[in-house]
Design a protein around this ligand. Structure first.
Ligand SMILES: *Cc1c(COP(=O)(O)O)cnc(C)c1O
Length: 361
């Protein structure tokens, strides 16, 4: 086996090594079929078992019942920026959006492109999206309230969700889905591109409350309607079979090796605390997000001496630590600590950072 390094990429991102090995082990002969999973029909019982097991595991991990439906859709989280207003926001209605960064901004833009009525009920743009707005007043007549639960680029995360009364919450959960337990009760819909915390790029997980399916206009194109995916078990056309298969294995790993989301949440908290504690103790580095709103998934930080940042990233890579460059729109550094990034990876990072500080500080 080639060498594996510590992978802090923001997405596509690290996958559990045991899952990668499982894929490798059954790649040429999937469960005795004599074919690869990439070669079998999506109409076969072999694939049926994969997709149905994946759905069941999503249901068990997030602990919801028959009132929600699990869908697998292509087009990434970005297509959901479009599908959500297209399906759930009628032309005579308004939706509230909270703008907490680049991804929220894009979600708002897509709704506006469709000529939908959007109200930005709160924004943290005034301080460079470094915090999560508090005490927001929402429109009680809104069709939904849209939030971004974790801001991958800025390193902020909602620690608790806003109370929107009877208005359903809709959340882009791309970068923190399954990173901690989540109560689905206030949510009408959540969506997540798989490539951060669930699997490879190419599939998006959507969980929708069934009553919202009644809002979907009949007139929409077939492939853009949630109802098409709900009634056809996400297989109206050929689904991204391989991506769904890997998601299924990652979910199995979460349940059987990690022990579910409460355990995963504890591990993630411990990982993030280790890095944040170090940042807070150091004068050489500083965390960019407001302390009370820090993300446990994406830790954004800077070096007090900005000009050393590229050297830091280069030396880190030479020392087996990859993916520490901040998003191109904000610069700086970022360590993405998704589920598959182990505690030992964070320990290695902190130890490298201390060493770098001693050398250059
Ligand atoms: C990565 C990311 C996206 C974009 O996802 P795509 O699947 O590439 O469209 C959207 N929202 C958040 C919060 C993200 O982290």
């Amino acid at each position: 086996m080639g060498k594996r390094i510590y992978n802090f990429n923001p997405g596509p991102a690290a996958l559990p090594l045991s899952v990668l090995k499982e894929i490798q082990g059954e790649f040429l002969d999937f469960r005795g079929s004599g074919m690869s999973i990439t070669e079998v029909s999506h109409r076969s019982t072999l694939f049926d078992e994969v997709i149905n097991d994946a759905k069941l595991r999503v249901r068990r991990l997030l602990q919801f019942g028959d009132d929600h439906e699990v869908l697998f859709i292509q087009g990434g989280a970005s297509l959901q920026f479009t599908m959500v207003p297209m399906n759930l926001l009628h032309d005579d209605q308004v939706a509230d959006y909270v703008n907490t960064g680049a991804w929220s901004t894009k979600a708002i833009k897509e709704a506006q492109i469709l000529n939908k009525q959007v109200r930005v009920s709160a924004s943290s743009e005034d301080r460079d999206f470094t915090y999560i707005p508090k005490d927001i007043s929402f429109n009680e007549a809104a069709a939904y309230v849209h939030i971004t639960s974790n801001n991958t680029i800025r390193g902020t995360q909602w620690s608790s969700y806003p109370d929107t009364g009877s208005v359903p919450l809709v959340s882009d959960v791309s970068s923190d889905i399954m990173g901690r337990p989540m109560d689905l009760a206030p949510f009408g819909l959540i969506y997540a591109g798989a490539q951060k915390n669930l699997g490879p790029a190419g599939v998006t997980l959507v969980v929708i409350r069934k009553d919202l399916l009644e809002r979907v206009p009949e007139t929409l194109p077939v492939m853009l309607k949630y109802t098409t995916f709900a009634t056809k078990n996400s297989m109206f056309n050929t689904p991204p079979c391989f991506a769904i298969y890997v998601v299924q294995l990652v979910l199995k790993w979460l349940e059987e090796s990690i022990g579910g989301l409460p355990k995963m949440g504890e591990i993630n908290k411990e990982k993030a605390a280790l890095l944040y504690d170090y940042l807070d103790k150091s004068d050489f580095y500083w965390g960019t997000a407001a302390k009370e709103d820090r993300s446990i998934m994406n830790v954004t930080f800077r070096l007090t001496e900005n000009t050393l940042e590229q050297t830091f990233i280069d030396r880190a890579l030479e020392n087996g630590l990859a993916g520490l460059k901040g998003h191109r729109s904000v610069g700086g550094c970022r360590a993405s600590l998704y589920n598959a990034v182990g505690l030992e990876a964070v320990k290695a990072l902190v130890s490298f950072m201390a060493d770098f500080e001693r050398r250059y500080g």
